[in-house]
Design a protein around this ligand. Sequence first.
Ligand code: CTP
Length: 400
Amino acid sequence: MRPFDGRRILLGVTGGIASYKSASLARLLTQAGASVDVVLTRSAKEFIGTITFEALTGRPVHTVLIGDGHALDHLRLVRGLDLLIVAPATADFLARAAHGHADELLSACLLACEAPVLMAPAMNDRMWANPQVQANVAALRKLGRTMVDPAVGPLASPDEGAGAGRMQEPETIVAHAGRLLEPKGKLAGRRVIVTAGPTREPLDPVRFLSNHSTGKMGVALAAAAWRRGAEVAVVHGPMTAPIPDGICATPVETTAEMADAVRAEVAQADVLVMAAAPADFRPAKVEGAKIKKRGKAPAPLALDETPDILRSTRDARRPGMLAVGFALETDHLLEHAKAKLEAKGLDLIVANSASEAGAGFGSDTNRVTLVHRDGTVEELPLQPKSVVADAILDRVEALL
Ligand code: CTP
């Protein structure tokens, strides 16, 4: 099943250069399973043609409020609608929307619409910074409209663009659409901390101890929690997995830094998911200068244990806070996982094997066994990490 199967989305396109990106947005929404009706404003038609959208969505495109046999399209188009997206939303459209105009099809749809509304503004950076525009945006937010604020990046005019103004990428807008379409469960409005990736323990300025974690499982969990409406903070070690916009990310380097960052957040959190693979050992001595080869075997490396983050933050947890841990094992999976659940004071532990192909570090898929505090054990099949993330969060919502 695709994420937006059975959902009806109205995509309004207004007249800005960024409207070329709306074609790709229409395609992504359609590919995700949504039935997408496109409405172009008069000025949007100067930038992009109806045929492009008709081909991408497989549906007729709408441009006229009254005339040519059209009269009640604005009511018909929003009936049973799940989401209205305006991308790009120009400064002029934001002004008209903020003041309730209904002088063309898209503004009239907006007034008649009872579904959530998502707007992705795009304009010159000085226009976006203008207090008049910001006042309109504030008024729209107050009306309950969700804004995907523009990003900093190249604008239409090559000598402009030091500030924000560029429409967010279609993938980002789709992620926000997912958050609005997601049925509101128990995670909505809750504060969730997710840790992700490895940590690094320096040996000298150029070397470190670490592990093969890539952070993919943690990022999948953070993205899924965010889509479910949670306020998500990710504390992550060095990794390349991109963290979706909207999630508050704190990068750290060592296990001690990760412990500090988790401690700073944990008192306000409803859920802690420790998906990171913090390094368990650090060199007892960190050299200030690069260790040189001396033509003979170096002295054995003395190691200390790093702090155990779950254990060391146990007392700082709020009563009722849920703690989820992971257990990566090469042998005696269940036995070790159950021992860690007890020792670290967890509500749920996600056990996985470090030696199975297609699971664990770096893979896009994972096979996990969920062990609950009451002793229940659930074995899940090998599946994409995004699906595993949703399965874990389903259990978290049931426990909340
Ligand atoms: N963890 C932690 N602090 C550490 C190491 C691990 O909080 N310094 C967390 C991990 O994020 C995970 C859980 O503890 O959620 C279990 O991690 P794992 O590496 O499987 O176990 P360890 O406790 O490190 O024990 P061992 O290495 O002996 O298996």
